[in-house]
Design a protein around this ligand. Sequence first.
Ligand code: GDP
Length: 300
Amino acid sequence: GKVGWRERLRKSSAALGLSGLFSRHPRLDDDLLDELETALLTADVGVPATTALIEDLRKRMKAREFGDAQALLAALRADLIALLAPVAKPLQIDPRIKPFVLLTVGVNGVGKTTTIGKLARRFKDEGHSLMLAAGDTFRAAAVAQLQAWGDRNGVQVVAQGQNADAASVAFDALQAAKARGTEVLIADTAGRLHTQQGLMAELGKIKRVLQKVDASAPHEVLLVIDGTTGQNALSQLRQFHAAVNITGLVVTKLDGTAKGGVVFALAREFGIPIRFAGIGERPEDLRVFDAEAFVDALLP
Ligand code: GDP
């Protein structure tokens, strides 16, 4: 549900920085729009999305569509929701596909491991059988971390240890999940290798190896992005998308940032579904992305 979004995002000042704006600028004039533009850019909404939003409001203001600042704010809210509506598409696990394979990718530190734990918990709570593949064989402790998490939560983890071939782990896991009739397989991957090209090549290889077992796999390639990295998120998405065709996003740490506006930039530039938002460290803080709840949490 929507409960909690506003509280979680507000607490850490993830708001678009508009709180005092409309009392400082009760008049509908270019000053108001200039400050609004600065606030959106500061929140990392990005130049193209900000320009489009401001120009729409300017045109309608000149046409005297708005009676007061509140009316303009309502129009901004509607514009922001409209920007996100096309990407607010929840992940659907197709029950006819067994296992439904989620390949999770993302650079180290973005919250990938945490997100996998939260997702696994969600799928379990929904009654799905599931398995994890410990495919981050590069980072020391990543395999052990995933295995420990699986032990605590009664979820089977397929692993071959550190420095094993990640594609071979994925292959084994998919075969095991298939043989067992497991409903969901979440495959972890490295977030860093010796080189960026090396990482992208490895991810491509994992995808091809999965397809040897099931030509339709992976059924979702989920990129985990840290919402606090601002415009950097765009270049990460660009690179991963070129390598493995991203089908869904998870934007994490939106509770701890004033840069959450990057969500609008991502939506506008790529149109890739945003499946989930991370709004805290607890398992229940991974929320199905909800355009209205998100926008309302950011606005005064
Ligand atoms: P990984 O290297 O990508 O696997 O990153 P981790 O899963 O280890 O997460 C890195 C840090 O980010 C940890 O301290 C997590 O608790 C934290 N983290 C992950 N998601 C969120 C979130 O949505 N909100 C907050 N506040 N912290 C998060």
